[in-house]
Design a protein around this ligand. Structure first.
Ligand SMILES: Cc1ncc(COP(=O)(O)O)c(C=O)c1O
Length: 392
């Protein structure tokens, strides 16, 4: 059991009264303190103008870095605000000193936009891509992964929790492999941040990206990047501005010495304030109790779904997350989504176009994705299964 006060957390999430929100892997519901922080800042902007409002918000904006440092166990100077997880990941990937013939090692369930960036740079810069296979459980096969490492392997880039399935990849074990071989390690933690503890020292990653709106419950249009100070000097951002760098003389400039080199001067300030409030909210609850609660609800949902006639739970892996995926004989995922929506139940659909390797290997074209968070309840998982099973 967990020690979270679910009644209070649901009171902080007013939509719970009307909606069964099982789309937390898409975009969760902001708790009232987060929503209020964004609104208050927008009101301030309307009242005194954006620049003065930003000055007034300085304590919260500074605490953004301390909050993330506490969340990830790193130094505040190792955190950058970026507008979403994709751009955060891109800023990291495109800043690496990779050249023709260098090899990237990744996994079958890598996030679509990351894999697109690999393909993009393979075509443009002649990089090579190696994909580690899965073991019998469906998570990455660590021995096979290590065997793929050669003298030209420069980057291990993996997605911690894929967008299209419940598996949790063994990020720490992969960190050990990366350390053993002295290879840079980039972790996409977009779906794991906010639903479980993440400690970059334990994981051993050099770079980690995430978004605000999913399990962290922050506003849309927000994200972050962690960059270890051990590698910052080797990273040359794909583009810079007057915040990321200083124009020191007519013909010279200096990059910011820390993760700020990946930020923009202009940004969604209300979003930064809101994301900081979301991180503080999560820290107050505790990431371990959050993980326990999410695991309990997701396991319950998988067990109940597996008992429904014609329903197949599609999640792989030894360790599972709050993402639950399934298919149902005789009913297309999009039709299921529409039927659930009519009953005020929110889910999403994952398609092969976002998971060519993973779904290709498993012969899947689409799955329904139901993703739970700590404010959901077992009563909701019960209602969900009742509605899903109500049409033969
Ligand atoms: C694993 C993973 N990485 C990255 C992203 C991209 O996040 P964003 O939309 O904030 O760029 C997602 C979004 O679904 C995701 O699931």
């Amino acid at each position: 059991m967990t020690n979270l006060d679910i009644a209070r957390l649901r009171a902080d999430t007013p939509a719970c009264e009307k909606l069964i929100h099982f789309n937390n892997a898409g975009s969760s519901l902001m708790p009232t303190p987060v929503y209020q922080a964004v609104l208050d800042h927008l009101a301030l902007e309307q009242t005194i103008g954006g620049y003065d409002a930003e000055d007034k918000a300085e304590p919260a904006l500074e605490d953004f870095y301390d909050a993330f440092a506490a969340l990830l166990n790193c130094h505040r100077s190792e955190i950058a605000y970026v507008e979403n997880a994709t751009r955060a990941w891109d800023m990291a990937f495109y800043s690496l000193p990779l050249k023709e013939g260098d090899r990237i090692l990744t996994v079958e369930a890598e996030y679509v936009s990351n894999f697109l960036a690999f393909l993009h740079q393979a075509r443009r810069r002649g990089l090579e891509i190696d994909v580690a296979p899965c073991d019998s459980s469906g998570q990455v096969d660590l021995d096979a992964m290590e065997r793929l490492i050669g003298p030209k392997t420069r980057l291990i880039a993996i997605t911690h929790i894929p967008t299209q399935g419940g598996l949790v990849n063994p990020a720490e074990e992969i960190g050990k492999i990366a350390r053993r071989h002295g290879i840079t390690y980039l972790l996409d933690a977009c779906q794991s941040v906010g639903q479980m503890p993440l400690d970059v020292q334990k994981i051993g990653c050099d770079l980690l990206s995430g978004t605000g709106r999913k399990f962290l419950r922050g506003p849309r249009g927000t994200g972050f990047l962690y960059v270890s100070k051990k590698i910052i000097d080797r990273l040359d951002p794909p583009f810079i501005d007057l915040h990321a760098a200083t124009w020191t003389d007519a013909r010279t400039f200096k990059l910011s010495p820390d993760a700020r080199r990946f930020e923009n001067w202009e940004s969604y300030v209300a979003g930064r304030v809101g994301l900081r409030a979301a991180v503080r909210y999560a820290l107050e609850l505790g990431l371990e109790p959050i993980r326990a609660r999410v695991t309990l609800l997701a396991d319950r949902l998988r067990t109940d779904l597996a008992e429904l006639p014609g329903v197949t739970v599609q999640d792989l892996g030894r360790v599972r997350s709050g993402i639950v995926t399934f298919t149902k004989d005789g009913e297309q995922p999009r039709d299921i989504q529409a039927r659930l929506r009519a009953a005020n139940i929110g889910v999403s659909v994952s398609s092969k176009s976002s998971a060519q390797l993973d779904f290709g290997r498993r012969g899947l074209s689409q799955v329904v994705r139901a993703s739970v968070h700590y404010f959901n309840t077992e009563e909701e998982t019960g209602t969900f299964c009742k509605v899903l099973g109500s049409r033969a």
